[in-house]
Design a protein around this ligand. Structure first.
Ligand code: SDX
Length: 428
């Protein structure tokens, strides 16, 4: 990184010279780490102007609506690659050769089964437990099974953990679903590709051979790609912060799953479908648009807006096209899609949404495709977590394999100054 400098002038203090680092792409950053030594902190709630780390994995240009993974555009990857190839790219930095891809796919396939003992964790949950609650618990428990690979400073341990997590998340996710519907868990099959295998474990039964539509499997694989990574979003930042304490990778991924669950983040796809159900009919759209604009009303148009994208979310564009293809191929007249399309049309012509640059994000369409495939709404964020696991692991590995410090933000304290303790018999 080339060094330029910014000068910070603070009344009564010497001018401060702060290094500026230039990126390959995107904004310059001002290194403020020396401020503590001068008795000052920066203040940036929500980290809207804060770069928390240096990374080479993913780049987002919010103004252009650009998303690159190791330099490759999401449009090219979603159109020409497949999820496991994108996993390889995110983890190792390059697209694999044919031989390397074959090895990678084979290694993942041979780690898709979970320990037989793991199934008993599910039985501790009620059948109507939210699958995300189950996922948080089961993934966090994985560290209890892999004492042979928890040395985070051992690259081989980090690599086998990456394989195990990528390979086992579909199995764990499908088991979350099977448990809620009271059907037997399905074992993975090595003759199926990653997306086919997930659909087999979700909808297959021991009673008959799984019938998997190639169109649905392709759409599923594309959904995995579109959710694989997204720079320093809330859940990835959570994984990095948890990892910075030296916590084992399974615990860090479980922390990421918890952060993703929120409706402002990965929980939005489930919230979009619930919102469409609540709106119910095109005639109610204006009422809900008004609620979204009303500051006194906590209602937000789920699936709209983004911290970074202030143009369009390129993933939503790809997802929108895929949505139409899947519904057409399956011959589904999905009234929710028609309602969603009308909502998008009205919202995008409304001055409030135009002024605040609130466009549909990745979550707006994903829920419609997933429900068309037959995935229940409560499983949408589980699938987001499944897809994002490779991004979380790639960022965790990038941090741990380079010099890092434990993350420890400070605060602006506005509480009481020191005061004397009052014995209880002297209090009012
Ligand atoms: C994901 O970070 C990532 O990369 C996340 C993600 C990933 O791949 O990891 O892309 C995945 O989380 C996508 C976002 C999914 N969330 C939703 O769809 C929920 C609805 N969206 C909002 O909650 C909101 O847009 C956020 C949380 C996504 C972004 O919030 P910001 O950047 O903090 O923006 P903001 O909430 O400050 O909103 C700016 C203004 C506000 O009005 P003012 O206070 O300036 O007057 O826009 C308004 C907000 O009230 N606003 C909305 C709105 N989103 C923002 N008003 C109505 N409906 C909305 N959806």
């Amino acid at each position: 990184m080339t060094e330029k400098h910014a000068t910070l002038k603070i009344e009564g203090k010497d001018d401060l010279s702060l290094p500026i680092y230039s990126p390959t792409l995107g904004q310059n950053v001002v290194d403020v780490s020396s401020l503590t030594g001068k008795g000052m902190f920066t203040f940036d709630p929500g980290f809207t102007s804060t770069a928390s780390c240096e990374s080479k994995i993913t780049f987002i240009d919010g103004a252009k609506g650009q998303l690159l993974h190791r330099g490759y555009s999401i449009e090219e990857l979603a159109g020409k690659s497949d999820y496991l190839e994108v996993c390889y790219l995110l983890l190792f930095g390059e697209l694999p050769s044919a031989a390397h891809k074959e090895d990678f796919v084979s290694t993942v396939k041979n780690h898709t089964m979970v320990h037989e003992q793991l199934q008993f964790f599910y039985r501790g949950f009620r059948r109507d437990a939210h699958p995300m609650a189950v996922m948080c618990g089961v993934v966090g428990a994985l560290s209890a099974f892999y004492h042979d690979s928890l040395d985070i400073n051992n690259p081989q341990h980090r690599e086998i953990t990456a394989f195990r997590l990528i390979a086992k998340m579909p199995t764990i996710a499908a088991m979350c679903y099977k448990y809620t519907v009271g059907q037997p868990f399905m074992y993975p099959r090595n003759d199926l590709n990653y997306a086919e295998n997930f659909l087999h474990m979700m909808f297959g039964t021991p009673c008959e051979e799984s019938k998997i539509s190639p169109t649905v499997a392709k759409a599923m694989d594309q959904i995995f790609i579109l959710h694989a990574d997204h720079e320093q979003n809330a859940s990835t930042s959570t994984v990095r912060l948890a990892g910075s304490s030296g916590a084992n990778p399974f615990a860090c991924i479980a922390a990421g799953i918890s952060a993703l669950w929120g409706p402002a983040h990965g929980g939005a796809n489930e919230a979009v479908l619930n919102m469409l159900d609540e709106i119910g009919d095109i005639s109610n759209i204006e009422t809900y648009i008004a609620k979204a604009k009303d500051k006194s009303d906590p209602f937000k148009l789920m699936g709209f807006g983004h911290r970074v994208y202030k143009n369009h979310d390129p993933r939503a564009t790809v997802m929108r096209e895929s949505c139409h293809e899947v519904l057409k191929e399956l011959g589904i007249q999905n009234p929710k899609l028609e309602l969603a399309m009308k909502l998008e049309e009205i919202a995008l012509s409304d001055p409030y949404f135009i002024e605040k640059k609130l466009f549909p994000n990745v979550d707006f369409y994903s829920g419609i495709i997933l429900s068309a495939i037959g995935i229940p709404t409560s499983m949408f964020t589980v699938i987001f977590a499944l897809s994002r696991t490779v991004g979380w692991v790639a960022h965790w590995n990038e941090m741990i394999s380079n010099p890092y410090k434990i993350g420890r933000p400070r605060q602006l304290y506005t509480g009481y100054p020191e005061r004397a303790f009052t014995p209880v018999d002297k209090r009012d």
